[in-house]
Design a protein around this ligand. Sequence first.
Ligand code: 5RP
Length: 224
Amino acid sequence: MNDKELVAHQALQYVSENMIVGLGTGSTANYFIDALAKRNRDEKLNVRAVSSSVVSMIKAKEAGLTLLAMEQIKEIDLYVDGADEITADLTLLKGRGYDLVKEKLLARSAKRFIVIADESKIVKNIGDNFPIPSEVHPFAWELIKNFLIKKGTGDIRINAAKDGYAITSCGNFVLDFNYAEKDTEKLNALLSQTPGIVEHGIFYNLAHGALISNNGKVREIWKN
Ligand code: 5RP
């Protein structure tokens, strides 16, 4: 079992009968989806799941989980997802995928949000390893880029085929920027207050706990 799979399995201990569980997106979250589906089947837990992306929805469906649409829920019991970066105070950077809006909605709506990752995701400051993504209304991207360029360096995200701009599942563009400001609280406030930014990749004060694996061992970090 690799380190990502290991933390995914550890997260299963926080699942119990009749829960509504939010499913994250990415390779670590995929391990959780498979493990959850198996435990749900084996132990007849009657878990229902809500996906954070089309990719995780397809994965969950194939694994045999019962899915609820976001429109059908008011809150969820548990959300388990990966992250691109994690700081000691459990601030996260997410959004290498294209479903920031749903990911943050599920994180905010969960009674408990647990992030699962291997040690490579631990950083001192958000933005150490990756630019910070902001999902923006297509008509606003030039205006927002012109504003953000005064705060850092970056550009609009190009799609995988490199023949156009990347488009999120909500039909928006993404601006990936590195900022001079390293204070995550200030950056979070700046991006949250910028008109035209629909959502951004800083998950501040949202995760309740983290399961971090390193060479076959898992440590847990919990918010007080
Ligand atoms: C997607 C995410 C993912 O959780 C993040 O990119 C981690 O992916 P992986 O588990 O494949 O390393 O935030 O938007």
